[in-house]
Design a binder for this molecule. Structure first.
Ligand SMILES: *[C@@H]1O[C@H](CO)[C@@H](O)[C@H](O)[C@H]1NC(C)=O
Ligand SMILES: *[C@@H]1O[C@H](CO)[C@@H](O)[C@H](O)[C@H]1NC(C)=O
Ligand SMILES: *[C@@H]1O[C@H](CO)[C@@H](O)[C@H](O)[C@H]1NC(C)=O
Ligand SMILES: *[C@@H]1O[C@H](CO)[C@@H](O)[C@H](O)[C@H]1NC(C)=O
Ligand SMILES: *[C@@H]1O[C@H](CO)[C@@H](O)[C@H](O)[C@H]1NC(C)=O
Ligand SMILES: *[C@@H]1O[C@H](CO)[C@@H](O)[C@H](O)[C@H]1NC(C)=O
Ligand SMILES: *[C@@H]1O[C@H](CO)[C@@H](O)[C@H](O)[C@H]1NC(C)=O
Ligand SMILES: *[C@@H]1O[C@H](CO)[C@@H](O)[C@H](O)[C@H]1NC(C)=O
Length: 666
């Protein structure tokens, strides 16, 4: 994920006082644009998956471990003196989940009926408890007559907000799953709550039971089982993304050759998912697996860029040509799992998991940042055999799929046809402005697989001066680069903001689009979210050539043929005047046409940001109606450090609305 712009050129000295920027847009001569210009990358960086977008409330639900992380009892606390310990039983719950939690009534048990013992879990920095149905489940092994009590309570006062009894159906010889619904009768006043599960010590032979895979979900986005947190999914959907790069960047590569993000480990019942030795310093659950990502894409109508593992690990280890052969096969299987008919081997596996219809798959990316982890040798092997092997095999089997190299032409790669490239930029506002024309002369298609403003101007080197939150002038820098990409959207397949969300309780990364904590009231949309919402909410189907120069106003013009509208998107960066007067005329559009102008402006301090702890929103949104004059000109002015979209009232859209209205009258 690490990339610093090489060029941090200051642009030309101040221009002579800006008179009006007069933009004359031609009716023809533009290009059809890729329909998925604005997307995002999600990866489980520091609990943005487990404990974040993935709605599971129980932390460390299955005591998973890997070569890097041992099983622990983290997250778990004893209730009424029960002794909790980890055990690798001779008969584990599953091959994937070997370790379970042994719960013994303990010495403080008085042996009489009604002595409830058990355990509680305090979630990922708390739990949101509301009057809504929670879906829970757990597995038990052991002889027990009686029932279990599941409850949600305050971690501060002990007040119980809801509880339910679950009749035991346990067995001493096998693991039995228990499912339950729990609807609190009261909203908790804060998220400092725990979930607990207890049983009657006297009813348990030996006074002990073994537990595993203890899970609790609040209602999820679109009601999916094992699904996503609603407020976070809605915040993502809210900026109208159209592209999703999965399963992230570094996570795909893994720590070493024995630990990469193996999609096969992420499928099916949770008891069959071993978990993953996360590359962000904690054990991951594999709960948010390939199928969950595909369903997310389906629910949000996103085009997928599917990353396939290509034999480079974060420790720099590289697989040889021979070693790579089975992984090429594995990538073909993965593609078949996603997009093959239900009659194919892997398509049938997908169908067995409840999705017989193939998912649409147009883009496959080979690896992640292959120019980075393996240094020169890694990059050389990528160019020499790793990319070509995948390119050839995927092309042969699926000629309609665009195969994307994990590096770009700017990484010094003459990407072989018919491959595409991936360019990553974590920049300063200045370096992003400098990107404006970067792709003007690049003929090979690219995605911008990761992009964000993260350093203030003057910040140099990855570890220096990362800002904590997206800030206004950084967002303007992003806007200018996005406009540059959209001008070239016949070859830029799409750009992905990265990473997308961050836990306020555990983070290291700087800029992300959305901040969250256990309490949904703390979910904060950054300044960049507002930029993406505006730009992605006004898609073009075609660019149209225009006359005027750029700087300090950067812009793109075009039309949306589906809506029958004409568009201008602009951003003002470092103007020498407070306001830049603008006029836009679209050739062939009759005078007196109506358009909506949306202008986002920011705080006085260009470093102002949306603060999750105060809830302040520094972004000011102004929408106005603008009508073209007798010469067909739309006239308005834009303040320095602002972003704007002008879209004419779509002829087709208006017609559709009229038809709907007429329909209603009948
Ligand atoms: C994991 O457990 C082993 C054996 O008990 C121990 O040697 C090792 O230090 C532990 N590793 C970590 C990361 O705690
Ligand atoms: C045993 O524990 C139960 C539940 O905690 C309690 O109600 C009961 O009074 C206790 N009995 C004795 C003899 O301490
Ligand atoms: C919950 O309250 C405890 C005790 O005041 C405190 O230490 C902890 O930080 C709080 N946790 C959350 C998530 O607010
Ligand atoms: C719950 O309370 C315990 C004891 O005060 C504290 O150690 C723990 O951090 C709290 N949990 C959370 C999530 O705040
Ligand atoms: C924009 O203005 C700031 C403040 O004067 C300056 O630091 C920066 O280099 C300028 N950037 C460009 C691209 O002109
Ligand atoms: C692209 O090519 C044109 C025409 O040769 C040239 O004027 C322009 O400077 C080039 N742009 C970039 C960013 O290289
Ligand atoms: C995760 O966040 C913690 C802060 O809570 C930080 O100390 C740690 O370095 C981060 N780890 C990674 C890999 O980002
Ligand atoms: C259309 O695409 C061609 C080829 O990529 C490019 O040269 C031209 O500048 C583009 N036109 C516009 C209006 O962007």
């Amino acid at each position: 994920m690490v990339r610093v712009s090489l060029a941090a050129l200051a642009t030309a000295a101040a221009l002579p006082l800006a008179s009006a920027v007069d933009i004359s847009v031609k009716a023809t001569g533009g290009n059809a644009t890729s329909p998925h210009q604005y997307g995002f990358l999600h990866e489980d960086i520091n609990n943005s998956g487990d404990g974040g977008l993935y709605a599971e409330l129980i932390r460390n639900r299955a005591f998973q471990s890997s070569n890097k992380f041992n099983s622990t009892l983290e997250g778990w606390t004893s209730v009424n003196g029960a002794a909790l310990s980890l055990k690798d039983l001779a008969e584990p719950l599953s091959k994937a989940l070997k370790t379970s939690m042994h719960v013994a009534a303990g010495s403080s048990s008085n042996g009489s009926s009604g002595h409830q013992v058990g355990f509680s879990n305090d979630g990922y920095w708390g739990m949101d408890v509301k009057v809504q149905p929670y879906a829970g489940s757990f597995w038990v092994k052991g002889a027990y007559e009686g029932s279990f009590t599941a409850s949600l309570q305050s971690n501060l006062t002990g007040e119980v907000f809801g509880s339910t009894e679950i009749k035991a159906k346990t067995s001493p010889s096998e693991w039995v799953e228990h499912e339950f619904k729990l609807t609190p009768t009261k909203n908790a006043p804060n998220s400092n709550n725990t979930f607990s599960l207890t049983f009657d010590a006297a009813g348990a032979k030996d006074g002990s039971l073994d537990f595993n895979l203890i899970s609790l979900f609040p209602p999820t986005y679109k009601g999916r089982k094992n699904g996503l947190r609603i407020d976070l999914a809605e915040a993502i959907k809210g900026f109208h993304p159209t592209l999703l790069r999965i399963p992230g960047g570094n996570m795909l590569e893994g720590n070493n050759r024995n630990s990469w993000w193996d999609w096969k480990n992420t499928l099916g019942p949770l008891k069959d998912r071993p978990g993953f030795s996360g590359v962000w310093n904690y054990q991951q659950s594999n709960g948010l697996g390939l199928m969950e990502y595909l369903e997310l894409a389906e629910d949000m109508e996103l085009e997928i860029v599917l990353g396939v593992y290509n034999g480079l690990s974060l420790d720099g280890d590289i697989l040889s040509k021979e070693e790579l052969v089975p992984f090429v096969e594995d990538a073909l299987n993965q593609i078949e799992f996603v997009s093959g008919a239900a009659s194919t081997k892997w398509g049938a596996v997908r169908a067995s998991l409840g999705h017989p219809a193939p998912f649409k798959l147009q883009y496959v990316e080979v690896g992640n940042e292959d120019w980075l982890a393996g240094k020169e040798a890694g990059w050389a092997s990528f160019k020499e055999y790793r990319f070509p092997m995948f390119l050839e095999a995927i092309n042969k089997a699926h000629p309609h799929i665009t195969v994307i190299s994990s590096g770009s032409v700017f990484d010094g790669y003459e990407i072989p046809a018919p491959g595409a490239g991936d360019y990553h930029i974590y920049g300063t506002p200045d370096s992003l402005v400098d990107q404006f024309d970067l792709f003007d002369n690049v003929t090979i298609p690219h995605i911008i697989g990761e992009a964000a403003a993260v350093h203030p101007n003057g910040g140099k080197g990855w570890d220096a001066g990362l800002l904590e939150y997206p800030w206004w002038s950084g967002t303007i820098g992003e806007a200018v680069s996005m406009i540059g990409y959209e001008r070239n959207a016949d070859r830029i397949i799409g750009a992905a903001y990265a990473p997308i969300i961050r836990s306020l309780d555990r983070w290291q990364w700087s800029a992300v689009m959305i901040q969250f904590a256990a309490d949904p009231a703390k979910t904060t949309l950054s300044t960049s979210w507002y930029l993406w919402e505006l730009f992605a909410g006004h898609l073009m189907t075609h660019t149209l050539p225009a006359s005027a120069d750029f700087n300090p106003l950067y812009y793109v013009t075009g039309k949306n043929e589906e809506k029958g509208s004409y568009l201008f998107k602009g951003a003002v960066f470092n103007a020498t005047t407070d306001e830049v007067p603008v006029s836009v005329v679209f050739e062939g559009l009759k005078p007196g046409t109506e358009a909506e102008l949306t202008v986002l402006s920011g705080p006085e301090d260009p470093y102002g940001f949306n603060d999750p702890f105060t809830g302040v929103n520094v972004v000011k949104t102004a929408k106005t109606k603008v009508v073209s004059d007798t010469e067909g000109k739309f006239t308005f002015s834009l303040p320095d450090l602002s972003i704007a979209v002008l879209e004419t009232k779509g002829a087709k859209c208006a017609k559709k609305k009229r038809e709907m209205k007429m329909g209603l009258r009948h």
